[in-house]
Design a protein around this ligand. Structure first.
Ligand code: ADP
Length: 487
């Protein structure tokens, strides 16, 4: 068959919808409901009909057996079985045969048929399992479903001696049982159809109703899509949906916090970057506004402008360092490093700066330390701490750096004799752009990013940093880093 491309699109969209439906919870509930509901209904028909048939056959055989028994005494009394003629017995046998639309055979003790209401086998010998068993004293009732008849054997005993004289074999048709079964079958089928329709409807309704809360979740989530708003959702229909809603609300709150901190960071960065530019603009404008500016003033202003450019540079390079620290740990380049050497190099580089203010820089290290670290990042972290120790110190003060080690970690302690940090500010100093005294920090070239960079570097190594400080007395930073890096 040739199918045009438009039709293809329709067919594949129907297919996709079908796959989507059958994968849904709704479809599964629907199918389970139908299975649970319909299987008993179909089994019910089988059991009802089987039961009816067994009951009807057993009733019929009891009835026939009862009538036969009433005849057996007469047959014995009249000597019919021994060859005596009895019109009454003959009539009764005919009646029985007619009543059940069946055949009655009387067999004597020599297995000879002495009476057959069908007049076919009189004088013949009959030997069958049922006949033999009946001669042994057992009556039987055998139902032949295929040919729709019931064969009943009843022993004929002498009324006085109770001796076996012969047997009576009655074959009755069971077409009425079959007809009754068919009629019942039709009623049950009608019932089955009605119940099936009912179950389908209930299954469809229940599956839709049970899965409705999930639709609610989707709609609620779609409503908050786009921006991180404060719209929290609540779907208390099921414990599961409520847990899902709560988890979602928690995620929303986290995202909001992140969004707030991102916005704050961006506005801080813009502000920090703008400050030096504004200063430069003011300096340049004031030079341009004046006529015949002396060369000395030009030089002085230019020196100020150069200083602002340096500052801008420092902010940008600090920001870049911070961004690098924020990246994933795959950016970390771990190698076994001699920590003593690393710290000595930092001190060597900073000594001239400390010397300018007469600050004494001392390193105490008792044991050699080898650890798995990222050399660049750790150098930056320790440099920032020692630089701060120098920056926020008094003239002719001191900065003591000491190194220590135990079985798992190494420790770097940076102690200074500086101005200290007020207690209420201590919990904020690791935040980006936080400065205790903004104007003082700016004067001495601080960006407010140094400790944030240090903290990120330490955390990247799965280490810890702590601060102890007393205003006016000095500050101590301790850094603890594992000797072995665990990714
Ligand atoms: P900055 O670039 O301004 O130094 P940091 O993040 O390195 O930024 O430090 C944050 C603030 O913490 C500083 O502005 C300063 O006020 C305070 N601070 C940091 N280290 C010390 C210290 N050793 N002594 C006193 N104050 C300090």
């Amino acid at each position: 068959m040739y199918i045009r491309s438009g039709e293809w699109v329709i067919i594949s969209s129907i297919k996709a919808k079908a796959v989507k439906y059958f994968k849904s919870l709704q479809a599964r509930i629907f199918v389970i409901f139908i299975l649970v509901g319909l299987i008993p209904i179909f089994l019910m028909k089988y059991f009802i009909l089987e039961n009816y048939e067994a009951q009807a056959v057993s009733q019929k055989s009891t009835m026939v057996q009862e009538q036969c028994r009433q005849l057996t005494d007469q047959i014995s009394e009249t000597g019919y079985i021994r060859g005596n003629e009895s019109k009454q017995v003959d009539r009764q046998l005919e009646q029985l045969s007619k009543l059940y639309n069946g055949r009655v055979i009387i067999v004597d003790s020599n297995f000879l048929i002495i009476r057959d209401t069908y007049d076919i086998d009189e004088g013949n010998v009959i030997i069958s399992e049922e006949v033999l068993q009946c001669f042994m004293g057992k009556d039987s009732a055998n139902y032949n479903r295929e040919n729709e008849f019931l064969e009943i054997t009843v022993p004929l005993r002498n009324k006085d001696t109770k001796e076996m004289e012969g047997i009576m074999v009655v074959s009755v048709t069971t077409t009425d049982v079959e007809a009754g079964k068919d009629a019942l079958g039709n009623t049950v089928l009608t019932l089955q159809i009605v119940l099936t329709i009912l179950i389908l409807a209930v299954a469809f309704y229940v599956s839709r109703m049970l899965t409705r809360p999930f639709g609610k979740i989707t709609r609620s989530l779609e409503e908050v899509r786009g921006s991180v708003t404060e719209q929290e959702i609540s779907i208390p229909d099921y414990t599961e949906t409520q847990l899902l809603a709560e988890a979602y609300n928690r995620m929303l709150r986290r995202m909001k916090l992140q969004e707030d901190s991102r916005q704050e960071f961006v506005s801080n960065v813009s502000h920090e970057l703008k400050t030096p530019i504004t200063s430069m603009k003011v300096l340049a404008d004031s030079l341009l506004a004046q006529e015949d500016v002396p060369v000395e003033l030009y030089k002085e202003f230019m020196a100020d402008i150069a200083e602002e450019i340096d500052r801008e540079n420092k902010i940008i390079s600090d920001l870049l360092s911070l961004v690098k620290m924020d990246k994933r740990s795959s950016d970390i380049h771990i190698a076994e490093t001699n920590i003593n050497q690393l710290i000595e190099l930092v001190l060597k580089r900073l000594r001239p700066i400390a010397a300018k203010r007469g600050i004494e820089l001392v390193l105490e290290s008792f044991k050699p330390i080898l650890a798995e670290v990222d050399e660049t990042k750790l150098t930056l972290a320790v440099s920032n701490l020692i630089e701060n120790g120098i920056k926020y110190n008094r003239e002719d003060g001191w900065v003591h750096v000491s190194l220590n080690i135990d079985s798992k970690y190494f420790y770097v302690k940076v102690e200074d004799s500086g101005m200290g940090i007020p207690e209420e500010a201590q919990e904020h100093i690791f935040e980006r752009f936080y400065r205790v005294d903004k104007s003082h920090s700016r004067e001495i070239g601080g960006t407010g990013l140094g400790l944030a960079i240090t903290r990120s570097a330490v955390l990247m190594h799965h280490g810890a940093i702590k601060v102890y400080s007393k205003e006016g007395e000095g500050t101590t930073f301790t850094v603890r880093i594992p000797l072995k890096y665990v990714p």
